[in-house]
Design a protein around this ligand. Structure first.
Ligand SMILES: *Cc1c(COP(=O)(O)O)cnc(C)c1O
Length: 217
């Protein structure tokens, strides 16, 4: 049992203290690599949003959990391959890693469209323009956001980023917020165990916290 209820409640307090006025920020408890026992314990303590990085692991753990817990919502935080789209749509409610045209086009194919229309999408921005990272480069972001929202009508609700590990995250969060405002997107998925307070101060509506809630992986 590694769910840390004390830390979870401290983060809830930090949200109250640091979120911007009029903002309603929520915690995604990142349960990747953690067993269902830990997840069930979190649910019994009131956690509703969970995040996973891999489609197969998420299906194994959450299909049953969601059958008996209707208000649990699952967020995909890792990269999505086009050949896993069907399986991902079966278990995830939110997708944080929409990052390329090939994936966007796959999601609106006839065989998926009905399911896709019930999901919420975040476009992942590679704010540091790092070669090894996923996400759309900032220079292509305007065009890609417009394509997803105006050309193929995906239900894009916001933007997501993972700042470079070696940099002060603040400027990345500020950039993401500006870009979301420009495109009239409401949600910002930003902030992890080490930087969620800064993210809240800069307008995060979803913070993604794993280690602080479930312990080291
Ligand atoms: C694993 C992961 C997290 C959680 O990270 P912690 O440092 O454990 O809080 C958040 N976001 C993404 C995209 C992740 O892959």
């Amino acid at each position: 049992m590694t769910f840390n209820n004390k830390n979870y409640n401290n983060i809830l307090e930090d949200i109250k203290k640091n979120q911007q006025i009029g903002q309603f920020s929520q915690i995604i408890a990142v349960s990747k690599e953690k067993p269902t026992n830990d997840i069930n314990e979190a649910i019994s303590c009131g956690v509703k949003h969970f995040g996973e990085n891999r489609v197969q692991e998420a299906s194994n753990k959450f299909i049953d959990i969601k059958k008996s817990n209707y208000n649990v919502k699952l967020h995909l935080l890792g990269p999505l391959q086009t050949n896993k789209v069907g399986k991902a749509l079966e278990v995830f409610d939110y997708f944080h890693t929409l990052d390329r045209e090939k994936l966007a086009t796959e999601l609106v194919k006839d065989k998926y469209r009905q399911l896709t229309s019930k999901k919420q999408f975040f476009i992942q921005i590679n704010t540091g323009d790092e070669v090894q990272k996923f996400g759309i480069s900032p220079k292509n972001a305007d065009e890609f956001i417009s394509f997803c929202t105006k050309d193929i009508f995906l239900n894009v609700v916001g933007l997501m980023c993972i700042p470079p590990i070696s940099e002060d995250p603040k400027s990345h969060f500020v950039f993401l917020k500006k870009l979301a405002t420009k495109h009239e997107l409401k949600h910002l998925s930003m902030g992890m165990s080490h930087d969620y307070i800064t993210a809240l101060q800069e307008g995060a509506t979803f913070i993604r916290v794993g280690t602080l809630i479930f312990g080291k992986r």
